[in-house]
Design a protein around this ligand. Structure first.
Ligand code: GAL
Length: 941
């Protein structure tokens, strides 16, 4: 088994070539195979490759598959570290080995033709036999491998394919990406007929020239002809450059594809091609001569039930979801995806940074000693990987840059990979984030640079290379967050050299468990793992959007609207598309209820241009309600491409009423509709509504991942300060003629820091206004997680309405997507089901909210003038203690938080923390809210 330690080199595979369709016979070998798993390579019994071998006792397994997802062995997750000793090229003796067998009939159409067997992905190493004949060994998990099977194949007869897959091989040292370790034949297996004199390979060079003409050269087999029927091009000789005449260019915004036919006497290949020119001009990355901005995401290939196998309809749906959120770029982190993904990128329109299947990050833990990137014995495997990616994907217009890999340190082998790619494909720039000096690459790339650093780079103060700057990873989307997206986007808008980046990352890689829960690292008993660091996406594992995606969609929106009474300034941020055909939908609302609405057509604002558009006259109806003008820009296909709003009239202030002075009566304090208990001074009743627990100051939140993780987690400082166990001591209750004033000292055990807190209650119609004054004493050097009050309500008040920001979750540094309006939801639906439970669900800037039961009775809260709120069926300590969704069990109370302020989200789990304006400092503060009991349908609302 020397091949396992052969420094990652495949054996017996054919020269790599492009993936495309031809009219030659092909046979998919996907389906149900026979499977047997052995705990080590040595314990896997030989001889199963013999055609006559009896596999009837083996399991059945779908191919493609990741076998641990089908009950064989277990998944394991590590981020940086290798799950085996750093001892290249050796691999563990305990090396799960899966033997696969398939008996299949080959149609007679294969008779007399050559044939190849293609594997699109085998993790990590596969030894292959056909009809008992050994073909060779694949390595390079996320790359194709083809074997010539002309001699071994039996056309028109029964054939037996046997594949022995080892989880670990020397190639595993080159595949230390942050993801689950999941062995298997996880991509398609196909038998391809290869006619002699056929179209083995094609390299399309289709550029868009300044005058609007396409230029076309198709490198193919000698004597082949090239046609593009839609352009009237027919029978052009291959290998020669042609003027293709006027063409519509391909861009991610206008993904115009043409069908191209390459024919020889024996085979006809059909490809979809796009004309586009990628260039770096004056330090700027351009396509077709224009600066582009990468509004991107990092995309891994993962499915919560299937592992590394992602059905193509799932891919299409997720790419469409990206498009609806204005994602225009994908980095294929950190390996080439299934080839069909790139077909979809061509079709739907994405700028793709295609990344090689190469990462050796775990060597960082030993100071990069022995890093394969600088080990000549791995040189051949490194270049082989680059070659296989470039050859496979070279015809995709969507692929605008090649990436050598991710986090593989530095070393000569990276230079060899770059040299090979540059020589083979001079038309695409090269990327590798680890090449800080940009010796081998064409763009300066960084991950998780702070806003300040990006700004400095944009201003040219970094003394770095004068190359286009991109963030190959930024805004770590782990759990609740990221915060600070809008501020990055503003820098990409401001500085020509800052050409965007790719949010880390698209998808939570959770593994589905019964009951709607998802597993992460450690849930399979892995001795070494990185917990929920694999749950860091903009969409949940089942690809439902998290609030982070909604925010990203608003930030990435191609159209910016600056709304003023009667007019809108429209800024078109597309690089290529005009706004012709799009419209503005506007509405005037009073207290969230529309009083007038309409639509106007947008002029054809050209890419990059701004126009002022007048709106029809729509006066605000007389009265006192808060009025807003809201405008949505909508593309011809109905997609919202931007929005904005302006307040036209502020709402009224709450009116205090005079009531008889507060009094003590039967052991309680009464004041208007309000009743208080005398021990803590807490509100216990409001009219008919009994409160299980009245409002009390709260500063704690269940730490989000961005609070918990990173080099200096703020949650550690919060816990040390005791913010999760604050106690409340009553200093006194003062019954003034017009107010009840409750003075308290809020502090943690063993701390001399305190928040002196005064609750001043004044009567209003059917309720009471609470003014909270907080004064920190004793020297606070930690920010507060939140500043507000919490109270508990009966469980039946589950219907929620509000007038404020919505409809989704919003926090101070993540609220671009929230618009002021009137919204309805339920307590259950307000919660965001983060895979790793943490603070969530805040609705910002409520003017008022109601929580009501089926009969309409309940509570109305008014911000005076605004308040954030969160309502859920479990307490903050419950949320803090939970580790999976299933740990959160609804209790018999609704826990309502009314917050004056929140600490921001940031993205400190991996990257910068909360930006200064969003840090919630412990400072003197005063805020007010009004509580009114709602009598339900029996009474007035
Ligand atoms: C980067 C790495 C990604 C991922 C991310 C954190 O360093 O390239 O693969 O690990 O950090 O989630």
């Amino acid at each position: 088994m020397e091949y396992l330690t052969g420094f990652g080199r495949p054996i017996g595979t054919c020269a790599p070539r492009a993936a495309f369709d031809t009219d030659a016979p092909r046979l998919s070998l996907n389906g149900v195979w026979r499977f047997r798993l052995a705990p080590s390579a040595a314990e896997a019994a030989d001889g199963f490759w013999a055609p006559g071998f009896d596999d009837s006792g083996w399991s059945r397994l779908p191919v493609p598959s990741s076998w641990p997802m089908h009950g064989h062995g277990r998944p394991a997750y590590t981020n940086v570290v290798y799950p085996f000793p750093l001892d290249p090229p050796h691999v563990p003796t305990d090396n799960p080995t899966g033997d696969h067998r398939l008996v299949f009939e080959v149609p007679a159409a294969f008779e007399g033709l050559g044939a190849r067997l293609r594997f699109d992905g085998v993790d990590s190493c596969g030894r292959v036999w056909l009809n008992g004949v050994e073909l060779g060994v694949t390595q390079g998990s996320r790359l194709p491998a083809e074997f010539d099977v002309t001699a071994a194949l039996r056309p028109g007869g029964t054939n037996v394919l046997a594949v022995r897959v080892h989880q670990w091989s020397a190639g595993s040292y080159l595949e230390d990406q942050d993801m689950w370790w999941l062995p298997g034949i996880f991509r398609d297996v196909t038998l391809l007929a290869r006619p002699a004199g056929g179209v083995d390979d094609v390299f399309v060079h289709a550029t868009f020239e300044p005058g609007g003409h396409g230029r076309l050269r198709v490198d193919g087999p000698p004597g082949a002809t090239v046609s593009i029927p839609a352009l009237g091009l027919a029978g052009l000789p291959a290998g020669v450059a042609h003027d293709a005449g006027p063409v519509e260019p391909w861009t991610a915004e206008t993904p115009r594809l043409y069908e191209l036919v390459v024919a020889t006497a024996t085979e006809t290949a059909t490809l979809r091609v796009g004309f586009r020119t990628v260039a770096i001009t004056g330090g700027i990355l351009t396509v077709n001569g224009r600066r582009i901005v990468l509004r991107g995401v990092n995309r891994h290939e993962f499915h919560p039930d299937l592992g590394r196998v992602v059905p193509i309809e799932v891919v299409r749906a997720e790419l469409e979801l990206m498009r609806r959120h204005h994602v225009n770029a994908i980095r294929t982190s950190h390996y080439p995806p299934h080839p069909a993904v790139l077909d979809l990128c061509d079709e739907l329109g994405f700028w793709v940074l295609d990344e090689c299947d190469y990462e050796t990050h775990g060597f960082e833990t030993v100071g990069w000693r022995g890093n394969p990137s600088d080990d000549p014995r791995f040189a051949e495997a490194c270049v082989d990987r680059m070659r296989r990616m470039v050859e496979r994907d070279k015809n995709h217009p969507s692929v605008i840059m090649w990436s050598l890999g991710n986090e593989a340190g530095v070393g000569a082998n990276l230079g060899l990979m770059a040299d090979w790619a540059r020589e083979r494909d001079p038309d695409r720039p090269l990327h590798y984030e680890g090449d800080r000096g940009c010796a081998h690459v064409d763009v300066y790339s960084r991950m998780y640079a702070t806003h300040a650093e990006v700004d400095a780079i944009g201003r040219g103060e970094d003394h770095g290379p004068h190359l286009p700057f991109i963030l190959c990873e930024y805004a770590h989307a782990m759990g609740n967050g990221p915060g600070g997206l809008a501020e990055y986007d503003e820098l990409f808008d401001r500085h020509p050299r800052c050409q965007g980046g790719f949010v880390w990352e698209w998808l939570d890689h959770g593994i589905r468990r019964p009951g709607g829960d998802f597993a992460y690292g450690g849930d399979f008993g892995e001795p070494l793992h990185d917990g929920n660091f694999v749950i860091d996406g903009l969409v949940f594992p089942d690809r439902t959007p998290s609030p982070g995606l909604t925010e990203l969609g608003a930030v990435y929106a191609p159209v910016r609207l600056a709304v003023r009474p009667g007019e809108v300034t429209v800024r078109n941020r597309y690089a290529f598309r005009s706004l012709g055909g799009a419209g503005l939908h506007w509405s005037v609302t009073v207290d969230g209820v529309p009083s007038a609405e309409g639509a106007v057509r947008l002029p054809a604002v050209a890419a990059g241009q701004t126009a002022v558009v007048a709106l029809p006259h729509a006066p605000v109806p007389p009265g006192t309600g808060e009025a807003w003008l809201t405008v949505h820009a909508v593309a011809a296909d109905g997609l919202e491409i931007g929005s904005g709003q302006v307040q036209l009239r502020a709402g009224p202030a709450p009116v205090a009423v005079s009531m008889p002075a507060p009094r003590r009566e039967g052991g309680v304090i009464r004041f208007g509709a309000a009743e208080f208990e005398p021990v803590h001074g807490r509100l216990t009743r409001l009219g008919d509504l009994a409160l299980p627990r009245g409002p009390v100051l709260d500063v704690w939140r269940a730490p989000i991942d961005n609070d918990r993780l990173g080099p200096d987690p703020v949650a550690g400082r919060w816990r040390a300060a005791g913010l999760h166990r604050m106690t409340h001591r009553l200093l006194g209750i003062d019954l003034a003629p017009d107010a009840v004033v409750v003075a308290t000292r809020v502090a943690a055990a063993s701390s001399d820091r305190a928040l002196l807190t005064w609750y001043t209650w004044r009567p209003v119609d059917r309720g009471a206004e609470l003014t909270v004054r907080v004064e920190p004493t004793g020297g606070w050097d930690v920010p507060l997680p939140r500043l507000g009050v919490r109270l508990e309500l009966p469980p039946d008040l589950g219907d929620v309405s509000w007038f404020g920001a919505g409809p989704g979750e919003a926090y101070p540094d993540s609220r671009t997507a929230a618009l002021i309006g009137r919204y309805r939801s339920t307590v259950d639906d307000l919660a965001t089901p983060y895979v790793y439970p943490q603070e969530n669900g805040n609705r910002a800037d409520a003017r008022w909210l109601t929580l009501t039961g089926p009969d309409g009775t309940g509570l109305r809260v008014e911000g005076a003038p605004r308040i954030d709120f969160t309502a859920r069926r479990w307490s903050t300590p419950d949320l803090d203690a939970a580790r999976h969704r299933a740990d959160l069990v609804p209790g018999d109370r609704i826990h309502l938080h009314l917050d004056h302020a929140h600490h921001g989200l940031g993205s400190a789990a991996c990257g910068p923390g909360v930006l200064p304006p969003y840090v919630l400092r412990a400072e003197p503060a005063t805020f007010s809210v009004v509580f009114r009991a709602l009598p339900g349908s029996r009474g007035r609302r």
